[in-house]
Design a protein around this ligand. Structure first.
Ligand SMILES: [Zn+2]
Ligand SMILES: [Zn+2]
Length: 596
């Protein structure tokens, strides 16, 4: 994230060749080593849970802290680097202990209020997958009271008459009543018996969490406030969650786990704890149940597929969009469509097999660098496409059981996923059986066949043409659809228009290699366009891909770029497209037209 924004803040970056990017290095530097975090964290644990309930005056969680080595490398909060904003929901990352603004977070958090203590959040810089994780837990009554008083204090500051003491009947209970669903996962109580519970929670913790003053004047209600009144310090007690087994520190980073079987704080399960895919399996350590499976390499495991004439592009908040601040602070957004221009296409940081841009019956390995077929021919595209220059990638046939086959090569975005590659005008392939080459359904003799153990090289040469628009889609004008806590741009396929627009790109060619030996030009003067490395499989063949930089057989007879380099370049191009959109529409992008 940091890398992308540093690119984005320099509009010229997109047009500069990216020879060596410091962005990637920076990302690696800022990556967190979770086991160290745990040991650091456990050092600051105190025995008194209540003191730790987010309102201690311990500065270690502030960004000025010197505790954690990785914090020193990037200052400031959030992905955007801006100050904290107590008027909006902000979440504390369990790993880097930085604060993140709600509207800078891509994960769809659902209803929340500021100053919550009952959640778990990991930012995408700290997540091994590059995707945020978030979980809201059931709040205890004392926690709800802290959150309520925090919000009442901030509201009074905003109104210009700061107060620190509040009435249970007039302030605290009404606040909780009107924000119940945002504050906790506990079902709303049907009777008012919880009013008494609130009273007990406040009274019991006077001196540890709360302070109490006898009211003066007419009604003479007692007034309650926070013992530690520093609002910026209200936060989840991650240390206690780790000790209680609700959080697990693994080699994959800090994860929200199931409860451990031991320990006093584990008597009650974290409500809403994931009983999902991970549940039931034995974890490695001491009978703990495995944490929910994380999405592989930065893409949600549950996602919409490109099909039935629609495609879906994962989106993230765009910190450079106008009115971010207003959007942050506006509370009128619940249930309304979010303007697409406030978001941007999430450009993945590495070239992998696409999870969403494939036939769903294909199985993709966890590292997203291998695919296994199923029944009839169908295909998967890589995450990135190229449209000019010379590019190379490799595929290795890992398994090719009797009767299975592959057709591998390059395809544009509209090549039919439920067909062999080379079936339509959008793809060019090389078949395992007899080495036949295919385009538009027609097979032609090309080379000898290939099979298990062979490594195949795919080189594409696309001369630059003034007739082609190389700026990618921005999608900012598309509607955002929500699917399982993530937002996607939805776009309708334009196959017919694309077919009509196909034009031969003179001088273009495809050369395929078998174990380092060129099989000569397979296709020349192909259609111009954006080409993805693409694999189609028949029955249960398994093929692994290598997008570089370390190729098994890098071609020595020609200059080329490894497919992996496209990831950085795509970020620059996407930035350019987004900036163009924001510039062209300056003054036209307004929140109020959506609010009505
Ligand atoms: Zn932010
Ligand atoms: Zn973090």
């Amino acid at each position: 994230m940091a890398d992308r924004d540093s690119v984005r803040s320099d509009p010229d970056a997109a047009s500069k060749p990216l020879v060596q990017s410091t962005a990637v290095e920076e990302k690696q530097k800022s990556e967190v080593k979770p086991p160290e975090v745990l040991s650091e964290v456990s050092k600051v644990v105190t025995t008194d849970d209540k003191k730790q309930m987010g309102i201690d005056n311990d500065n270690s969680s502030n960004n000025n802290g010197t505790l954690k080595p990785h914090q020193v490398e990037r200052e400031g909060n959030c992905y955007c680097g801006k100050e904290r904003n107590l008027n909006i929901v902000e979440l504390l990352c369990a790993s880097c202990l930085r604060w993140y603004h709600e509207s800078c977070i891509g994960y769809q958090l659902g209803k929340l209020v500021p100053f919550m203590m009952n959640y778990f959040f990991v930012c995408k810089n700290c997540s091994p997958t590059g995707l945020e994780s978030f979980k809201k837990n059931q709040a205890t009554f004392p926690q709800m009271c802290v959150t309520a008083i925090g919000n009442l204090m901030q509201a009074s500051v905003k109104e210009g008459s700061p107060r620190t003491m509040f009435s249970k009947e007039r302030d605290i209970i009404p606040f909780i009543d009107s924000h119940w669903e945002g504050m906790t996962t506990m079902p709303r109580r049907v009777t008012q018996s919880w009013h008494v519970t609130i009273h007990r929670a406040l009274a019991k913790d006077v001196g540890t969490l709360f302070i109490c003053e006898e009211g003066t004047g007419d009604g003479a209600h007692p007034l309650f406030g926070l013992l530690a009144s520093e609002l910026t310090q209200i936060k989840p007690n991650y240390e206690a969650m780790i000790r209680g087994g609700h959080l697990k520190v693994t080699d994959m980073g800090i994860q929200h786990g199931m409860c451990g079987v031991k320990g006093r704080s584990t008597k009650r399960k974290l409500p809403g704890g994931d009983q999902g895919p991970g549940a039931g399996k034995k974890g490695r350590g001491g009978g703990e149940v495995a944490a929910p499976k994380l999405p592989a390499h930065g893409y949600p495991l549950e996602h919409p597929y490109n099909k039935d004439g629609y495609r879906y592009i994962l989106a993230e908040p765009d910190p450079h969009a106008p009115f971010r601040q207003e959007f942050d602070e506006s509370s009128d957004w619940a249930g309304k469509p979010i303007p697409g221009w406030l978001y941007r296409t999430l450009s993945p940081s590495s070239v992998l097999l696409a999870l969403h841009d494939r036939a769903p019956q294909l199985r993709i390995s966890e590292d997203r660098l291998a695919v296994t077929g199923e029944k009839g021919y169908c295909m998967v595209r890589a995450t990135h496409a190229v449209s000019r220059g010379s590019w190379y990638w490799e595929a290795t046939i890992e398994e090719m059981p009797e009767g299975s086959a592959t057709r591998l090569g390059w395809a544009q975005e509209y090549a039919n996923l439920q067909a062999p590659l080379g079936y339509d005008k959008f793809g060019y392939s090389w078949r395992s059986r007899k080495g036949t080459r295919f385009h538009e359904c027609r097979g032609k003799h090309y080379s000898a066949g290939y099979g298990e153990g062979d490594t195949l090289g795919f080189l594409i040469v696309l001369p630059e043409s003034p007739e082609i628009n190389y700026i990618p889609h921005t999608y900012k004008d598309r509607p955002l659809v929500k699917f399982k806590s993530h937002l996607y741009y939805e776009e309708k396929d334009r196959v017919t228009e694309s077919l009509k627009a196909l034009k031969v790109l003179s001088g273009s060619k495809l050369i395929f290699y078998k174990n380092g030996v060129s099989q000569d030009v397979a296709f020349s003067n192909i259609y111009g366009g954006h080409y993805f490395p693409t694999l189609s499989l028949h029955k249960s063949a398994t093929v692994s891909v290598n997008f570089g930089p370390n190729f098994k057989y890098p071609p020595s007879d020609t200059q080329f770029r490894g497919m992996y380099e496209k990831a950085e370049e795509a970020i620059c191009e996407q930035t350019m497209a987004d900036l163009l959109y924001l510039t062209e529409n300056e003054g036209k992008l307004r929140l109020d037209t959506y609010c009505m």
